[in-house]
Ligand binder design. Structure first.
Ligand SMILES: [Zn+2]
Length: 192
């Protein structure tokens, strides 16, 4: 009997830690290093793109940079994110003009409150690790939207090699579809 009580007592903290860990993990499911979410919407002649994911997938770190090297990395990443025509290989003949662009994140010295998470291990406060996301939104007006047959993210994978997977969601006039893209499978057809 005593043995059973000891065994029960011994295992309770581990069980609760497991539950806690699963819960923490679940709440951070969208924040997975190496992955990026990209949402694309095409509505008549307006093309909208939204990039959202862990800063680690873009710069390799998630803190506000203080060293010269990190500052250079963040500055270059921001410049590249501000050049979406190259990054997303938007077809020339669609004649799309970038109308708005917005890039932000803690690594760029700008972030919304919700983009900075504090993930704590739950049992050792001092080992708390800070995560942060980057977010970018773009909109284009396209003179020939029918020429937008596909998007190719090969340049994105080349420019940001820490991104291993893009979870793409697309909404067009025919409906909605999604795909998981990689550097060897980087094309997404907008029309079937
Ligand atoms: Zn992170």
């Amino acid at each position: 009997m005593r043995k059973i009580i000891v065994a029960t007592l011994c295992c309770v903290p581990f069980i609760s830690f497991d539950i806690l860990y699963a819960h923490e993990h679940g709440s951070l499911e969208a924040h997975e290093h190496g992955k990026i979410d990209i949402n694309v919407a095409l509505n008549h002649n307006v093309l909208a793109l939204e990039v959202d994911g862990p800063a680690a997938s873009i710069t390799g770190f998630e803190y506000a940079p203080s060293s010269t090297t990190d500052k250079e990395v963040a500055k270059l990443a921001k410049q590249q994110l501000e050049n979406p025509l190259v990054l997303f290989a938007i077809a020339h003949n669609a004649q799309c003009t970038l109308t708005t662009t917005n890039v932000e994140g803690a690594v760029f010295g700008s972030a919304k409150e919700k983009d900075v998470h504090k993930a704590e291990s739950g049992h050792e406060e001092k080992e708390a690790h800070h995560h942060s996301d980057i977010e970018a939104q773009y909109s284009f007006t396209c003179k020939q939207p029918d020429a937008l047959k596909q998007l190719d993210f090969a340049n994105f994978f080349k420019v940001f090699p820490l991104t291993k997977q893009i979870n793409l969601q697309y909404i067009g006039t025919e409906g909605q579809k999604g795909a998981n893209l990689t550097s060897t499978n980087s094309q997404f057809k907008l029309n079937q």
